[in-house]
Design a protein around this ligand. Sequence first.
Ligand code: URA
Length: 447
Amino acid sequence: MNPVELIRKKRNGETLTKEELESFVLGYVKGSIPDYQMSAFLMAVYFTGMKAEETVAFTDVMLRSGEIIDLSAIPGTKVGKHSTGGVGDKVSLILAPMVAACGVPVPMISGRGLGHTGGTLDKLESIPGFRASLSVEEYKQIIGELGLVLIGQTEEIAPADRKIYALRDCTATIESIPLIAGSIMSKKLAEGTDALVLDVKCGNGAFMREYDDSVALANALVAAGNGVGKKTIGFITDMNQPLGFAVGNWLEVVESVECLRGKDVPDLMEVTYVVGGAMLFLGNKADSIEEGIKLCQSAIWSGKAFERFLQIVERQGGDLSFIRKLERYPKAKYSVEVKSGARGYVVGFATTRLGLLAIDLGVGRKKVDEVIDPKAGMLLAKKVGDKVEKGETLGVIYTDRANVLDHAKRELETCIQVAATGVDRLPCIRAFVDANGIRPWISHEMH
Ligand code: URA
């Protein structure tokens, strides 16, 4: 393979073969392809895209660049879940124990916060003592014992993606659908799952703001998953406001625990039940997604999902006394209520700005080595469509950082748009996608 010819071919919009992709990507991992050639290749892909079969080949090459965990010794169809990321997205914390309690094994490898979005790994690590970095052996052992396991990325999984992602981050080549599809799916499929349910977020707090872009991404992810032989379906879900009310690592654990104990936070639980129902369907525990939703609801109402959450937290070293008595957790130095300056209705959120505000409060990192504050964040009091009185609380900010308070108060107030005339509530699930393409999702009565 001549790397210059291969880059030229891609630059001219031609389709690369699996062998060409393999030698280029693996050459990069080994160091024989330098950063400048990989950068040129990535930019060529950014501009000319990839054909569907090329994206599948690229995903497969990235997947096989590292270890693919073998969970074949664990009985049952193992089903994973991936969300493309948003603000307040704590679905995995409720979903994994709920689905496991229904008998479908859930291996889950999660990431840290990315850009303005939060990461499940940071949320889990806010539980004192919780160990998310486990060896592959422990990973297998725990899923065998409890039917779920919650860990962070390991060195062995998709090393090509780790190296290429870091380069994309500093060459303005993140926003490319085939590159995103290859990156996400290679990591997800290395977890040892047999099938996968995707939650592709769409809206002003998602990486895909426009509906058509989220559809293109969902189709590419589903095609890449099915193309490498894993049954993959997904949903396009709304991210025009934070999911639930809590934004911030420990605050989100608290909201998740409350939901596991039966509290209904409508948008959060709708996404959780629908994705969970689909996981039970793919895991052969339900004949339809609707039947799966009902089974998930009874796992919550019976307390079995919460019981499984307690078991996994304890098994991975978490101190259960904080989960049983949530108020034991240390409090942020400052908690400041932000009130509405006007009477009317909440008509919208500037969701990405809220995610960035959360980072200022200490929820996430601005530099890779920054230490995050698990107590920091915000508790919102309203959703789109809610009525609000003048002087009524819109949200509460929690932080140890005195220097960000003034800005944070102003920013929270301006990120929540209040108008005299109301708007409808936002639909949570916008569409369903499988190998046959995209279709509307008819919401079922859930609350
Ligand atoms: N998340 C990933 O893991 N990879 C991407 O390319 C984008 C989001």
